[in-house]
Each structure stands twice: as structure tokens, then as C-alpha cells.
Design a protein around this ligand. Structure first.
Ligand code: DPP
Ligand code: ZN
Length: 856
């Protein structure tokens, strides 16, 4: 395998000024004529032109109109020698979209054409300098049979449409903004749109469209509303306006990622566009809103200012995730809503990113090397990347951060730049030295901060000592610049302070106190670190009851739960009564209560122990949850009745919070053995007017094997059999169902049967993920068994998917990342499953990299 290094970056020997594509769209054989105006870069005399190209049939090459026959062609490249300094290069090639199961480049989904070019898909469409620092303007002519492909879309503005005879027609699109090839897109087929026109900040008219298959037109309104809200938010918060006259979103059912920010023509997985109350849950509504925002925000952070090379991916992704998180927090409509969003984001970080940062694929948010760039669209680059941007806002303040953003756009609009350029803009706009801070970009691993307190004759001291575990290729770490928000509770004069931890160890001293204060530190999770802090339970109880930082209130509960789970210790009476008071507190947001009573995830608990015994952790966690359910049974019944949302469905944060707490209460009632739960859940299932309540009831019936489970599962399938996204939920629920402790292999048996279900289709990424990935990655209790079967199931599916869709396969391949941490009776089976994959012929670079790093 080839390893690419960040340090090997070289400027391109040629640039492409403009591209004129003429594409005849035929599913079996699409012909692409690509005319490029080329220019040799200064200092690259005598260098050949090496174009990227894969999976194409080369038809002809012309330089200034003359056919060229002397070139070198490999499966990955086309090399031309002896070229002038300025010339027109015209290349004709063909590809086979209907055979393309990788969903990279040009492919067919349900009879329509779509593209996905990030990161390196454009090279499957035509020969090109397929790297983000080559930016060109594009004119695109699409030709197709009008009956089969009535709608023809590409980036930018539609400038011409024509009938061509023989049933063919064409459309010409022009994108005025120079862009890298990864932002190219085309769509062709039978689609319909809802559209709106709005006026942007400066008074210009903009046409907004959401394109879907006609059967889905009634599920587009929420995406459109989210788009309009995003446009407004970016104007208000960052002064950034939509630059095109037309902005389109298109939904497709076969898609590897969530969505893609192609200039003016965003292409979305249906999962993140389509929503109506009967088929989409509150979580789906929230996801649509945040993904629409994310892709829209890329128009400035990613498209106007793009990445120099793929090692800089977090430049656009970390920043854009930060922006979408802030947007969603603002949409919650209250301070407590903002805290709820923050807690949700931190849960994802801890459940998925912390394990990544501690495993064989650990990498800095700006990696130094990769074998397959597709493997680096990770929670580290995205979610930790966002935390690193957030810390800069914490250090500089909101206004300072805005000044930095303004300077970033002033300096770099229209350019392909680096993470260093971003930090330089932040530093220069605020005259703040961020040199040490930049270690967050270069060092992998989750830093740990040890907290030690003392209180002697009225003087309180807290000593903070940082360290960071070794990660692959990085044995020694230098100290990070860690912004820690803290407050001393119990000292009436104390307000929230920012402490900048920059040394290995530093001490904060506060004299003149009458009693020892309670430390509330890393408030609002100001830094993505692990705190090693043996705070006494009595103090955690105080934080749980009184902390004015909602995040740390939640955190205190998590810590107390975690101690019970890991030490096999019952929740004590004082804690239970504090929890009861919180559950009953009318002043608190129901969404916050739902999060507070949700125990730490198993994958996060794994990170707290040196040897993972997954079944022991699963059972201990269930025991604590059972205790919470039983001790508060009356309160859960009260909560269930109190948080009904009668009337028509509204997706707003307040109503969604009530539904989430109500459904948690239903789970708790089931867990407590409350005998009427079966009937209550069945009644809720039958009377629900929205997916959250219908699915919430079904999940309780299924997870607790209540008597109405089977009938409702069948009914659910029957009701929604023509709605792919809901059938995905039907598969996922069964793949993630809670195990029966008496029969721990029943879930696998069910998954094997579902694998043969007529609705299962491994080629559709959403469907594959709803069954295979869901079982292997989201059901640790069922998946991690001390035997060979489940791991063998995993290995066979990684191999099967490897030949169909390497990206989907490589995600699944990550399921055993942490195998070396597991107890020996698990490890032995995990290792042979990994080795079984590694011995296969024809592994994609995607899967090979993941497996090889795991085994190393
Ligand atoms: N489509 C992915 C995202 O928006 C990659 N750019 O994050
Ligand atoms: Zn993105």
C-alpha cells in the first residue's frame, strides 16, 4: 500500500483555468468530452503532466486540437510529455454508471444519475488534476433522453436548454466561481422540486429548490425551512451571504455519506432531507436541520475558502461542524436548549471519538499520513475538529472569534489554504499567541488533566496536571494549551473564570475562604479532555443539585452513575432522592432530564477500564438502570402521564423534549417490571400520530419482549413497506434490540434471518448500515460474545461489502478497533476474524488500511 505524507506536498506543475464538459448520459456507457485550458506553473519546465484517472475507457487525447498518441496510461493515471506552456487539452473518455456500486464518481440510483466527487471521485468521470488546490471555472453541457431524464442539473446557473432530436435534450450550466473538482456535481432523471424565492441580506433574489422523487414531495418542507433558517443565521452570526442566484438540494436513496456540499447543488442522502410527522422522528427532524445547515455553511467554509490538500480536511469540516452545532443550539430557542445540544454533542464525542483517539486509527485532526483518504472522514477530523475551533472561540471570546473569521475570509477568499492559515487569522485578528495552541492540530490522543485539591487555613488550592497517552507514531506529547472554565461553588464571590492550562502542571490558589468550596471545572465541556478527578460523592451531589452550569450538573450525574456501574455498587438513598427531585422539578427542561437519566454508553464505559469485559459491563449497566427504574417507578408513571403532547405534531424543541422524556419513562416502566407497560405501550403504538411516539412504543415492546411485540413489528412493516427510510428503522430496531440475558445469541439468529429478508439489499448503504453496522457497532451487548460466531459474521460482511462498496465496508471494518483492550476470551476470536479478513485477496485500500492498522 502507498502511504501519502502531508510533508510531501508540492504545488501542481500545471493549473487548469477553465473546464468545458460535454456529457452524454447513458447508463451503460456515458461519454465525457472534457476541454480544459491548461497553464504550466512557473518553475515546472520539462515536467510532464500527470492526470488522475480511474475506471474509465480512454477514447482520445487532443492538444490544441491535434490528436496525441504518445502518452502513458496506468489504471490510475495518464501522463503527457513535451507540452507547451499554455494549451487546450481535450480528452474523451467513457464510463459505466449503471455498473458503479462504489457510489463514487457517476452512478445510477433508482434509474437516475448522481455524482459524488469528494474526495477523489472526479477522476472516475474524466482525467483531471483531481486535487483541491486546482481550482477552475466550469461550463457543463448535459445530454440525455428526455423521457428517461427530464431533469438535468449541475453547479451554478442554468444558461440554456435545447431539444436535440431523436428524443434527446440538453442543458448547459455555468458556475461563475472557480472550484476544486471535488465540488463538481450533476444530477439527471425523473425528479420534482418544491421551490421558494427569498431575498438575501443585500436584497438580491435567490431561488431555492429541493429536488426529490415525486412520491416524496410531501416530505420536503422541513428541509426547505431549515435551509432558509440557515441562510438567515449565517447572515446574522457571521455576515455571510448566499453568493449564487440559485441553490439546490437533491435527495438520493443510495449515498455513502450524509450529504455533499457541491457548489450550488448539494446532494443529500434521503435520510437527511425527507421528513414528515408520520415517518420521521424528532431525532430525524433535528438531523435534517443540522445537515442542511452543515452543507449550506460549507458554501463559505469549504467552497469559497477550500483546502490546499486533504490533510487539511478539518479546516473545512471541523469549522463547519462547529458552525452547524452553534446554529442548532440557537434553534433550540433557550439557554437550557443550548445546554441540551451541548450535552448531545459531547456524548457523541465521548462515545465515538474518544475510543478512536485511543485506538489503532488515532490521528491528529490534521493527519500527517494516510493510505486511503476516505478513511479520514472521521469523528476526529469532524467532531474533535469542531471542539478545537470551539476552544479558539472560548479563548478569544465570541467577538474576537468573529474578528478572526472576518480576517480569514478577507485574506483567503477564493483560495485553497491550510489549518495554519486559519489559526493565523484568529491569532492576528486578536493579537493572541496561538503557537502552543496549534499542538491540537498536530498531536493525537485525548489529553488527561489530573485535578488535586487542598484546603488549608482558609486557602484553597487546585493543582492541574496534564498528560496525553501515546498514539501510533507519537510516543511523546508536548503540553497542550487547554482552556478550562471553572467556578468555585459555595464561595459567594466566585464567578465563572477561564483558566489557560499551558504547563505540565499549574496551581490555582484562592485565599481567604471560610470553607472548602466545591469545584465545578471544565464547565460546558470547555476542553475535550478526560478529567482524572476523584471528587467526593458528597460534592458531586452538590453539583448535581446546584451547579448553575447545566453541563456539569449532567456530568455529576454521569459520574455518579459511572461509579455505581464500574464498582458494582447500588445507588444510595440520597442520590435517589436527589434524582427524584430533578425528575419532578417543573423548572427543568424535559429534554435535559431525558439526557440526565440516560446512562453512559457502553463504548464510553469501555474507555474507563484497562481490560474490557463487555458482558460484565453490559450487565452492570443494566443493573443500575434497573435500580433507577424500580426506585423511581411512581415517578416514571407520573412523568409518562405528565409529558403527553396532545394535538397535531410539532417538531419544536420543547415538544420534542416532552416526547423524549415520556418515551424514556415508558422504557423505565418496562424495566421496573410494571405490569401495565405492555398495554400502555400498545395503546401508544396504536394511537400515535407521529413516528417518535409510534417507534418509541414499538422499541419498548421489542426490547423488553412484551406480548404485543411481534404483532406490532409485523404491523409496522406492513404499514411502511413502501417507505425505505422507515423500513431501515424496522431493521435497525431488531439489530439493536436488547439481549435476553438467558439467550444471548438470539439477536444474531434474528439478524441472520433478516439478512435473507426480501427487503434486505446489501448494495444500498442505508439498508446495509441499518442491519449489519447497527448490529456490529450499536449493539455491544449482543455483538461482543466470548465465541467466534458474531465476529465471523462481521468478517464475512466486511469482505462481502469490500467488493461492492469499499467505503461502506471500511466503516464496518472499524468495529474491532479496540480489540487489544478486550479480555483474552474475546480477543482470541476477534484476532482470528481480523486475520481472516487480512488474508483475503483484492482488499480495497480502504479496508486494507483499517485492518492492517488494527493488527499492527
Ligand atoms: N459531505 C461531507 C460533509 O459535508 C463531506 N464534505 O461533511
Ligand atoms: Zn462537511
Amino acid at each position: 500500500p502507498v502511504t501519502f505524507l502531508r510533508s510531501d506536498y508540492k504545488e501542481p506543475a500545471f493549473t487548469i483555468k477553465s473546464v468545458d464538459l460535454d456529457i452524454a448520459l447513458i447508463p451503460a456507457r456515458t461519454i465525457v468530452v472534457n476541454r480544459m485550458m491548461m497553464q504550466r506553473s512557473a518553475g515546472s519546465q520539462n515536467q510532464p503532466l500527470v492526470l488522475h484517472g480511474e475506471e474509465q475507457e480512454l477514447v482520445s487525447v487532443r492538444v490544441n486540437g491535434e490528436i496525441i498518441r504518445e502518452y502513458e496510461l496506468t489504471p490510475q493515471s495518464l501522463t503527457l510529455h513535451n507540452l507547451p506552456d499554455n494549451f487546450e487539452l481535450s480528452i474523451t473518455s467513457a464510463n459505466a454508471p449503471e455498473k458503479n456500486t462504489t457510489l463514487m464518481g457517476l452512478y445510477v440510483s433508482n434509474g437516475n444519475f448522481f455524482t459524488q466527487c469528494e474526495a477523489e471521485g472526479f477522476r472516475r468521470i474524466t482525467y483531471f488534476l483531481d486535487r483541491p488546490d486546482v481550482m477552475a471555472t466550469y461550463q457543463v453541457t448535459l445530454r440525455a433522453l428526455k423521457n428517461d431524464f427530464p431533469v438535468l442539473l449541475s453547479n451554478g446557473n442554468l444558461i440554456k436548454q435545447e431539444e436535440l432530436g431523436n428524443g434527446w435534450h440538453s442543458a448547459v450550466w455555468q458556475d461563475p466561481f472557480p472550484k476544486p473538482s471535488y465540488l463538481f456535481a450533476l444530477v439527471a432523471g425523473k425528479l420534482q422540486a418544491i421551490q421558494r424565492t427569498i431575498k438575501s441580506q443585500s436584497g438580491k433574489e435567490k431561488l431555492l429548490q429541493v429536488w426529490v422523487e415525486s412520491k416524496d414531495l410531501d416530505k420536503t418542507e422541513h428541509a426547505m425551512d431549515s435551509l432558509i433558517a440557515s441562510i438567515k443565521w449565517d447572515e446574522e452570526r457571521f455576515g455571510l451571504e448566499l453568493d449564487l442566484d440559485r441553490f439546490m438540494i437533491v435527495a438520493v436513496g443510495d449515498f455513502n455519506m450524509g450529504a455533499m456540499e457541491n457548489k450550488g447543488l448539494n446532494i443529500f442522502n434521503t435520510k437527511f432531507v425527507l421528513a414528515k410527522p408520520e415517518t420521521a422522528s424528532d431525532v430525524d427532524y433535528g438531523n435534517v436541520e443540522s445537515v442542511v445547515a452543515h452543507e449550506y455553511f460549507h458554501n463559505w467554509t469549504g467552497n469559497r475558502v477550500t483546502c490546499r490538500d486533504w490533510f487539511q480536511l478539518s479546516l473545512k469540516e471541523g469549522l463547519t461542524v462547529f458552525r452547524d452545532q452553534e446554529f442548532s443550539a440557537d434553534q433550540m430557542g433557550s439557554e437550557s436548549g443550548r445546554a441540551v445540544k451541548r450535552i448531545e454533542d459531547v456524548r457523541v464525542l465521548r462515545q465515538v471519538q474518544f475510543p478512536e483517539d485511543a485506538g489503532p486509527m488515532a490521528h491528529p485532526i490534521r493527519p500527517d499520513s494516510y493510505q486511503e483518504i476516505n478513511n479520514f472522514y472521521t469523528v476526529t477530523v469532524y467532531e474533535k475538529g469542531s471542539e478545537v475551533v470551539r476552544m479558539q472561540q472560548t479563548l478569544l471570546g465570541r467577538e474576537g472569534f468573529r474578528k478572526g473569521m472576518d480576517l480569514y475570509f478577507k485574506r483567503h477568499d477564493g483560495q485553497a489554504v491550510t489549518c495554519d492559515d486559519f489559526v493565523a487569522a484568529m491569532a492576528d485578528a486578536n493579537q493572541k499567541d496561538l503557537t502552543q495552541f496549534k499542538r491540537w492540530y498536530s498531536q493525537a490522543g485525548t489529553p488527561r488533566v489530573k485535578v488535586e485539591e487542598s484546603f488549608v487555613s482558609g486557602t484553597y488550592q487546585v493543582t492541574l496536571t496534564q498528560s496525553c497517552p501515546a498514539t501510533p507514531g507519537q510516543d511523546k506529547k508536548e503540553p497542550f494549551h487547554i482552556p478550562l472554565l471553572y467556578r468555585l461553588i459555595g464561595d459567594s464571590a466566585s464567578s465563572e473564570q477561564l483558566f489557560e492550562l499551558t504547563e505540565s502542571s499549574q496551581t490555582i490558589t484562592v485565599p481567604g475562604l471560610s470553607k472548602k468550596p466545591v469545584l465545578s471545572i471544565n464547565r460546558n465541556f470547555s476542553a475535550p479532555v478526560v478529567l482524572d478527578f476523584e471528587q467526593p460523592e458528597s460534592e458531586l451531589l452538590i453539583l448535581l443539585k446546584e451547579d448553575d452550569d447545566a453541563f456539569n450538573r449532567w456530568e455529576a450525574a454521569q459520574k455518579l452513575f459511572m461509579r455505581s456501574i464500574l464498582n458494582g455498587k447500588a445507588l444510595d438513598a440520597e442520590l435517589v432522592s436527589a434524582l427524584r427531585a430533578i425528575l419532578r422539578d417543573a423548572a427543568l427542561d424535559p429534554a435535559f432530564k431525558d439526557l440526565l437519566f440516560t446512562l453512559p454508553a457502553e463504548s464510553y464505559l469501555y474507555e474507563q477500564v484497562s481490560v474490557i469485559d463487555p458482558q460484565a459491563i453490559h450487565q452492570a449497566r443494566r443493573q443500575v438502570r434497573g435500580q433507577l427504574a424500580t426506585a423511581l417507578q411512581d415517578d416514571w408513571l407520573w412523568a409518562y402521564q405528565e409529558h403527553q403532547t396532545p394535538g397535531s405534531y410539532k417538531p419544536d424543541a420543547k415538544s420534542a423534549g416532552k416526547r423524549s422524556l415520556k418515551n424514556l419513562a415508558l422504557n423505565m416502566l418496562a424495566d421496573s417490571g410494571y405490569t401495565k407497560t405492555d398495554d400502555i405501550a400498545f395503546a401508544q403504538y396504536q394511537s400515535a400520530n407521529n413516528m417518535t411516539d409510534q417507534y418509541g412504543a414499538l422499541a419498548v415492546l421489542v426490547n423488553f419482549s412484551l406480548s404485543h411485540a411481534q404483532a406490532c413489528l409485523s404491523n409496522f412493516h406492513e404499514q411502511f413497506k413502501s417507505d425505505a427510510l422507515v423500513i431501515d428503522k424496522w431493521f435497525a430496531l431488531q439489530a439493536t434490540r436488547q439481549i435476553d440475558l438467558q439467550d444471548t445469541s438470539a439477536v444474531l439468529t434474528n439478524v441472520l434471518a433478516l439478512r435473507k429478508h426480501p427487503d434486505f439489499n446489501i448494495k444500498n448503504p442505508n439498508r446495509a448500515r441499518s442491519l449489519i453496522h447497527a448490529f456490529c457497532m450499536n449493539n455491544p451487548g449482543a455483538f461482543h460474545q466470548p465465541s467466534a460466531e458474531t465476529y465471523q459474521f462481521w468478517a464475512e460482511h466486511v469482505i462481502e461489502l469490500n467488493h461492492i462498496n469499499p467505503q461502506v465496508a471500511a466503516r464496518l471494518a472499524r468495529a474491532l478497533d479496540r480489540w487489544k483492550q478486550f479480555a483474552p476470551n474475546y480477543q482470541v476470536h476477534m484476532k482470528s476474524a481480523l486475520e481472516f479478513i487480512s488474508k483475503q485477496m483484492n482488499l480495497s485500500s480502504d479496508v486494507a488500511e483499517v485492518i492492517q492498522k488494527a493488527l499492527n
